[in-house]
Design a protein around this ligand. Structure first.
Ligand code: NAD
Ligand code: MG
Length: 360
């Protein structure tokens, strides 16, 4: 088992990563769980892991749970209210812990429930998708969607602990696994050349879920995210680098309708576009640009946006992105393997050319 600490002063918390952690949850979380525990999960994950988690926590805890429908569409006000209704009906007080058991959708919604129920209660993440294990469960961003846009309502609320049981990945569909790899590759591109090179050598082992490799990749990713978050918890500066590929990716997700492209797939194509823009602007060497595309392709990820998105549509979609400040779009571009920068200074003609075609 590997352990990482997210350093946030009095709100610091541990992330444990390894095999067989869910059955040992009670001892794993001894210091971090209140007596009253409220598990939020979804239909799919409940079928697979809810009993295991309940058993691991009984008889030390009073347990209640809410099972939401599966899918991004249910990260909405209705599920949020239903979860709160359950908490209130069960007479849970402020001294309870909300536990998220599931992927990023469950984690984001449960986190927002924890952030807002009685002005904030304890929160523990048990992420079960690769994407949630390396990204959404770390860093304290919680949210639900509004009909007009993704993640428009939320809060920063750090968990007390994150427990990552890599055994959960055994049941994860392959497409979801690859989508998680996109975020792992992102960390290598933006922050860690050595890790990127390790990924180039070990990508096949990760696709085969080799336990040692997957533990290492998750731990390294969490460590990179933890370092960035520790330096900039509320995204005043450097945390925005984690959005590499996301401005273009969100545009792809929205244009294609949620669900047709997985978030990680859109981020992969978005990173390829960002790398292409960086190359057009002579910010990155051709060699590094090619390495980025090659690794994404080796991970089985898309590197081109759908050709059906017109340029005016791109402009409109990117203009609505949360990362827009003072009317300017802030692009995160790779400048080398292991480095990225934020810039507003990209011409429309370069963008138009780059979103249209990425050459692998
Ligand atoms: P998800 O939560 O929808 O999970 C993907 C699918 O896998 C779902 O159908 C789910 O039921 C299923 N599943 C989950 N665990 C499984 C398992 N072990 N075995 C089999 N099936 C399993 O999607 P996701 O990719 O985990 O998360 C995406 C969400 O995360 C988005 O809503 C995104 O906005 C959010 N997100 C948040 C942050 C953050 O910092 N808070 C960061 C990145 C993404
Ligand atoms: Mg992401």
């Amino acid at each position: 088992m590997q352990q990482i600490t997210v350093q946030l002063g009095t709100r610091s918390y541990p992330i444990s990563i390894g095999s067989g952690l869910l059955p040992m949850l009670s001892s794993q979380l001894k210091k971090h769980l209140r007596r009253q525990v409220f598990i939020i999960t979804n239909t799919r994950v409940a079928e697979l892991y809810l009993e295991k988690v309940k058993q691991a926590l009984q008889p030390d805890h009073q347990i209640n749970w809410f099972i939401m429908q599966d899918g991004e569409a249910y990260k909405n006000f209705e599920s949020y209210q239903q979860a709160l209704d359950h908490l209130i009906t069960a007479s849970y007080g402020r001294d309870c812990t909300v536990v998220a058991l599931g992927g990023g959708v469950v984690g984001d919604l449960a986190g927002f429930v924890a952030a807002s129920y009685q002005r904030g209660v304890d929160f523990v993440q048990l992420p079960t998708t690769l994407l949630s294990q390396v990204d959404s469960s770390v860093g304290g961003k919680t949210a639900i969607n509004h009909p007009q846009g993704k993640n428009l309502v939320g809060a920063f609320h750090q968990p007390q602990a994150v427990v990552i049981d890599i055994d959960c990945l055994q049941t994860l569909p392959e497409r979801e696994l690859k989508a998680g790899l996109a975020e792992i590759i992102k960390y290598g591109i933006m922050a860690d050349a050595e890790f990127f090179a390790w990924l180039e050598t070990n990508i096949k082992k990760l696709l085969e879920l080799d336990a040692e490799s997957i533990t290492y990749a998750i731990a390294t990713s969490c460590q990179i995210k933890a370092n960035v978050v520790a330096g900039d918890e509320r995204e005043k500066g450097q945390r925005a680098l984690l959005n590499l590929g996301h401005t273009f990716g969100h545009a792809i997700e929205t244009a294609s309708g949620y669900g047709n492209w997985l978030h990680g797939e859109a981020v992969a194509a978005g990173m390829a576009i960002a790398a292409q823009v960086a190359q057009c602007e002579e910010l990155i060497s051709n060699q590094d640009y090619q390495r980025i595309l090659r690794l994404l392709v080796a991970a089985g990820l898309p590197v081109n946006a759908p050709s059906t998105i017109s340029w005016p549509e791109w402009q409109q979609l990117m203009g609505r992105d949360k990362k827009v400040q003072a009317g300017q779009i802030r692009y995160v571009l790779p400048t080398a393997i292991g480095a990225a920068k934020i810039t507003t200074d990209i011409s429309d003609s370069t963008l138009q050319q780059c979103v249209a075609e990425v050459r692998a």
